[in-house]
Design a protein around this ligand. Structure first.
Ligand code: PGA
Length: 246
């Protein structure tokens, strides 16, 4: 059986301040968890986190370009220098609000890998796609656009399944709905590389909190969480990090 180390990732989005950095770092310093814990704050706060073996750091975005005249952009080398080991890519907010496509995600993933940063690539269906029973079809299109286009990415990335209708809405996929999609993703990717598909970590994201996490996490193909709102509350995020996989 393949053992996948759970990853619990915090996506602060455009929230937080130095006080939250201090509180989160102090809270995580005291917990006992065998999971990998990741904090993705706004990039400006990365270097404010004290170095620790208790957590890793990530960014929420990176430029698709290496360097040069791209006002406002931040390169993979720069986020790496600030302490990022991961980067969230293709989040639905980036896709919807900033017109990011799978092609952009692929370019950004290439930049991240060039400097040894692991991409966490997000995929999910909208409510209307789910209602029209197109969930698996939509996911297959996105997965192929990224992983069939660059098969070696599968062994070097993390996937996050985030149903768009569950993000920040308080609605969550049921554990059964989430497991069905996670299992579909793994099976679909097995056609590209069965060994890498068995090993890739697939996180669930969308209104995860300390109450709903135990039942979601008990599903066999849910290997961790991408937590938004609840990751801004150090005690609640710490509780999620400490929940064991049943
Ligand atoms: P949420 O956000 O937990 O607030 O729904 C998750 C995410 O967008 O990554």
């Amino acid at each position: 059986m393949t053992v996948r180390r759970p990853l619990i990732a915090a996506n602060w989005k455009m929230n937080g301040d130095r006080e939250l950095v201090t509180m989160m770092a102090a809270t995580l310093q005291c917990i006992d968890s065998s999971h990998e814990i990741l904090i993705c704050p706004p990039v400006i706060f990365l270097s404010d986190f004290p170095k620790s073996t208790q957590y890793r750091l990530g960014a929420q975005n990176v430029s698709s370009e290496k360097a040069g005249a791209f006002t406002g952009e931040i390169s993979a080398d720069m986020i790496r220098a600030a302490g990022a080991e991961y980067v969230i890519l293709g989040h639905s907010e980036r896709r919807c609000l900033f017109a990011e496509t799978d092609a952009t995600v692929l370019q950004k993933a290439q930049q991240a890998l060039r400097v040894g940063i692991t991409p966490i690539i997000c995929f999910g269906e909208t409510l209307s796609e789910r209602q029209q029973e197109k969930t698996m079809w939509v996911l297959a299109q996105h997965l192929d656009a990224v992983y069939a286009a660059q098969p070696d990415l599968l062994a070097e990335s993390v996937i996050a399944y985030e149903p768009v209708w569950a993000i920040g809405t308080g609605l969550t996929a049921t554990p059964e709905q989430a497991q069905q999609v996670h299992s579909f993703i793994r099976q679909h990717l097995a056609r590209i590389n069965a060994d890498a598909a068995a090993k890739v970590r697939i996180l669930y994201g969308g209104s995860v909190n300390a109450d709903n996490w135990p039942t979601l996490f008990s599903q066999p193909d849910i290997d961790g969480a991408l937590v938004g709102g609840a990751s801004l509350k150090p005690a609640e995020f710490a509780a999620i990090c400490q929940m064991a996989k049943e």
